[in-house]
Design a protein around this ligand. Structure first.
Ligand SMILES: Nc1ncnc2c1ncn2[C@@H]1O[C@H](COP(=O)(O)OP(=O)(O)OP(=O)(O)O)[C@@H](O)[C@H]1O
Ligand SMILES: [Mg+2]
Length: 323
């Protein structure tokens, strides 16, 4: 029996590739097929996105390198297509592993943009889901749920957070398996219209792949997001403050560094997410402090400066989950 094909209703069919223009005509035409890497980059306006990613995201050197490698593959693929050297659409499904707050969602968003600019997805949007969005509670509910999500993701990137929860070996007939089967079909048959990124903790993802070789074999790119070192976390804090027009006042950066060193050692530390949450709390403390000084004339400097007491007042003894 042949497996049913899960084509998403309404999803656009892949565009028919146009034959390459003859070299002489291509050279004179205004929108000539690009012949150099620079031309492809310029035409796709993709360099800006890659530069932005390099600039905005602190650390993540191995991740950035992998993104450059993937971009290189796609650019060369485009140049090859210009010569009629057609190949199968490269498999772009990916797996992002790493601890909470290491930038997986952020990078997935940028990746969607890069794939869009290079013409590998039509729209470039990102649909982020977890098991609950894909798997139903009752018989017959899972297939429509999964297909609905896939329909929304067509032309973009489907980001499945904590993807291993789709597979529950302890339940004999878990509906998650049904969802996985639909995903596998679409990942194979409509890979020119949707890119799937699975995300989660590395060890759990490894176990998931061992039990789901079909999924493992469809993932072409594994990107591992390392935990940030304390100096990187500080740098991330600087960046976040700058973006929000705040700054550390005298002694504040040192106080924050000290706070971070204690926070890292506590449970549920979530890398850059914890930094962001700590800065949010500092902002609140600063507002409370300034609010109390009813008659003080507040200038831009006062309104944007975080003092050491705003940091020292951060509750770090009993952190709540992922703060
Ligand atoms: N390298 C970085 N440089 C600057 N900011 C970062 C970096 N990594 C993450 N952030 C910021 O930290 C926050 C959390 O990042 P993100 O949501 O991408 O992490 P995640 O790995 O998806 O986490 P989770 O597993 O908790 O979903 C975001 O506000 C993001 O902008
Ligand atoms: Mg995330």
């Amino acid at each position: 029996m042949t497996a049913p094909l899960y084509r998403i209703p309404g999803a656009a069919m892949p565009a028919v590739p146009t034959p390459p223009a003859p070299a002489a005509a291509a050279a004179s035409a205004p929108d000539a097929a690009p012949r150099t890497v620079s031309e492809v980059l310029a035409q796709a306006q993709v360099e800006g996105v890659i530069e932005e990613l390099e600039r905005d995201l602190i650390g993540l050197a191995p991740v950035k390198q992998r993104i450059r490698d993937i971009a290189a593959l796609l650019v060369i693929d485009k140049l090859r297509a210009g010569f009629g050297l057609q190949a199968q659409t490269p498999s772009l499904h990916m797996c992002f592993t790493g601890n909470p707050g290491t930038g997986k969602t952020t990078v997935a968003l940028r990746m969607a943009q890069i794939l869009h600019r290079l013409g590998y997805v039509r729209k470039g949007h990102l649909v982020a889901v977890t098991r609950d969005d894909l798997v139903g509670q009752y018989i017959g509910h899972t297939a429509p749920k999964t297909k609905d999500v896939l329909k929304k993701a067509m032309g973009g990137v489907l980001f499945i957070d904590e993807a291993y929860y789709l597979y529950r070996p302890e339940n004999e007939r878990d509906y998650g398996q049904e969802s996985i089967e639909i995903l596998l079909q679409v990942m194979e048959n409509q890979r020119d219209d949707v890119v799937v990124i699975l995300a989660g903790y590395k060890d759990r993802m490894d176990t998931f792949f061992q039990s789901n070789p079909g999924m493992s074999s469809r993932i072409a790119h594994h990107l591992d997001f390392p935990d940030y070192a304390p100096p990187e976390l500080l740098h991330i804090a600087d960046k976040m403050l700058e973006q929000q027009h705040y700054r550390f006042g005298p002694g504040s950066r040192e106080a924050f560094e000290d706070y971070l060193s204690r926070r890292i050692a506590q449970p549920h530390f979530a890398n850059a997410r914890s930094v962001r949450n700590a800065l949010e709390r500092m902002r609140l403390r600063q507002a409370t402090r300034l609010f109390a000084e009813r008659d003080r004339v507040l200038d831009a400097t006062a309104l944007s400066t975080l003092e050491p007491q705003d940091i020292l007042a951060c509750p770090s003894a009993r952190p709540s989950r992922n703060t």
